[in-house]
Write a protein that binds this ligand. Structure first.
Ligand SMILES: [Zn+2]
Length: 292
């Protein structure tokens, strides 16, 4: 069993010419041996720009493959009143009733602890919705913002204890190392991971911080220093989840698919830890019934 907690449908490429629908996603999942995938929206957030995929698109495609695709909803923290008193319950109620199991991908170019974000995070938690967020400090891109050491994420974890926040994105994963040169907070840092990184510290301290291993950023974080990567996977085996961030139809491979398979084939991780990261954690968090 393998659950991908981070996939997309829609028109995601810049020219908006290529559409990826549920059928394409299922074909790719079959090719990669993925049983179920969470489908995350993007275009509720204006900074997602050309990326065309909203909650209605996600729900429509997921309804075509109910045993395989798990819908996520997306709400922008600025939606409605654009202030921290906005009540999102009518939307959350509807999305839960229509089968959404989480919220994401949270992309706004806002400080992580912006009061509008904290307001939305708290309300999502009340409805049992974990939030997959993207963190990116690159000024030209979307993504939540944080300072070195991730104090704003820490504030959100502290102030929203009932909400599971699932880490993803270049800046989040760069902070796995205790030493993050300023020019590497937005890229794919290489070389040894120095002890004392914010990601490990926060994962150890806050049980509401989870992470998905999707995309180049997740793959880079656990493979740049193989020894550290294995220790990290083992230490946080109860709150890490496999993911791809598959979003472009022509995408032939995703590095973490092969990497994850090799972990099992070469027995570099215990079977128990591998199973948890492969699907058990996602099934628990997203209330998936799995009969094996
Ligand atoms: Zn994504």
């Amino acid at each position: 069993m393998l659950i991908d907690v981070h996939a997309h449908i829609g028109r995601i490429v810049k020219q908006r010419k290529e559409a990826l629908d549920g059928t394409h996603l299922i074909c790719k999942m079959d090719e990669w041996g993925i049983d179920r995938a969470c489908v995350l929206g993007l275009s509720e957030t204006p900074e997602a720009e050309y990326q065309d995929s909203d909650t209605e698109d996600v729900l429509r495609e997921c309804s075509r493959f109910p045993g395989r695709l798990i819908p996520f909803c997306l709400i922008d923290p600025r939606f409605g009143r654009n202030d921290p008193s906005m009540d999102f319950s009518y939307l959350l109620e509807e999305y839960v009733a229509r089968g959404c199991r989480g919220m994401g991908e949270m992309l706004p170019k806002l400080a992580f602890d912006d009061p509008r974000c904290l307001n939305l995070f708290r309300q999502a938690g009340r409805f049992g919705m974990p939030i997959i967020f993207d963190m990116n400090d690159n000024p030209i891109y979307y993504g939540l913002r944080d300072d070195p050491g991730l104090p704003r994420l820490e504030k959100a974890l502290r102030e929203c204890p009932g909400t599971v926040l699932v880490g993803h994105g270049p800046t989040f994963w760069a902070e796995i190392s205790g030493d993050v040169p300023p020019d590497q907070r937005v890229g794919y840092p290489s070389g040894p991971v120095r002890p004392g990184g914010a990601v490990s510290r926060l994962m150890a301290q806050y049980s509401n911080l989870w992470a998905d291993l999707s995309a180049g950023s997740g793959y880079n974080a656990i493979s740049r220093d193989p020894g550290f990567g294995l220790e990290f996977l083992d230490q946080f085996q109860d709150r890490l989840m496999f993911g791809t961030d598959y979003c472009i139809r022509s995408q032939k491979t995703v590095a973490n698919v092969g990497f994850f398979q090799s972990l099992r084939a070469e027995r570099r991780l215990s079977d128990d830890a591998w199973e948890k990261i492969a699907w058990k954690n996602a099934a628990r968090l997203l209330k998936q019934e799995i009969r094996q």
